[in-house]
Design a protein around this ligand. Sequence first.
Ligand code: SAH
Length: 348
Amino acid sequence: MDKKDLRSLTLDKLMVELERFGEKPFRAKQIYSWLHQKHINSFDEMTNLSKELREKLKENYLLKNLKIVEKLVSKEDNTSKYLFETDDGIVIESVLMKYSYGNAVCISSQAGCRMGCTFCASTIDGLERNLLAGEMLAQIYEIQKDSCERVSNVVMMGSGEPLDNYDNAMDFLKIINSKEGLNLSHRHITLSTCGLVDKIYDLSKENLQITLAISLHAPNDEIRQNTMPIARKFDIDKLIKAAKDYANTTKRRVTFEYALINGVNDSIENANELAGRLKGIMCHINLIPVNDVKENNYVRSSEDNIKKFAEALTKKGIETTIRRKLGSDINAACGQLRKRYKDNLKEE
Ligand code: SAH
C-alpha cells in the first residue's frame, strides 16, 4: 500500500491514525506542530518524539516535500515566482506577491489542469495529477522559509482547478486555518474556480468564510463557450445562480474575474450585458488584462478599452477593480513558467 503523506492529514485524522498505534492525542498535536508551525521536512527533526515513534512514522508515512528548482524575482515589482519539484518529479509553480497590507501567495492546486480554457497556459498539456493538501501547504511553508516573510493571504489561483480536487482542497483549508497550524483566517483566502456549479453548491454548504472568485470572462453563453469548455456543461445562468446562493449562504461577497481579450469580450455592449446579469448580486468584478500566452493568439485589450469597460460597469452600479499587473517579466501568469520549464526540458 502507498504510504500516506503525513502533512496532508488534518489534526482530527492524525489523531485517529496515531490512536491506531496506541499513541496519546498529544503526540498528534506535537507532530502537527512540527509540520504546520515549524515547517520541518524530516521525521528526525521531530526531536520531542522518541526514536521508536519516529521509526514507526517512517515505516508508515511519507513527507511529500517540495524542492525549489527555480526562483525568479521580478525587476518591476516585488513579485517572486517559485518553481517546485514534487517527490515524484513533477514541477509546480507558486507566486509570492508583496503588497502594502501583507504578503500573498498564489498556490497551485493541481499539476496541470483538465478544464481546457483556451487562454490559459496551465491546461495546454492537460492534468498531470491532483496535488495533496500537504503539497498545497508546502508551497506556502517553503516560500515563508525562503523569503523569511510571513504569508498573510493565500489565493488558490495558480495552476489547476481547486474544485476539481475538492477533498484535498477542503483538507488544505482546514489545516491552514487550524489554530495548531498557520492559523490563517479564511477571510484571507480566495479560492478561484472556472465554474463547477455542482461543487460551488457543495462549497456553500461548508459555509466557510473564504472569498469565492469565479472566472466568468464572458457576459453570455456564446462567448463563454468559445473560450471555456466548462460553459458547455453549466450555462451562465446556472453559474450566476450558484454564485448568488454562495453569497447568500456565506454572507461573503463573490468576486467575478473577467480577463479582457481584445475583440472577444471587451466591447461596451459586453460590459452592459454583464452588468445586467450581475444586478442584485453581492459581488465585485475584477478586470484582468489578459496575459499573452505563446500558444494562443489572444491580445489584451488596450488601456483605454479597459478603462471604458470598467466605467460602463461602474455606471450600472457594479463595483469594479482593474487588477494591477504583477511580475509580467517573470512569466507570472497562470501556468506560464511551468510550461516554459517543461518545454525546455523536452528540448534538451
Ligand atoms: N481554475 C481556477 C483557478 C486557476 S486560474 C479558475 O479557473 O479560476 C486563475 C485565474 O487566471 C483564472 O481567472 C483564469 O481564468 C485566469 N487566467 C488564466 N490564463 C490567463 C491569461 N492568459 N491571462 C489572464 N488571466 C488568465
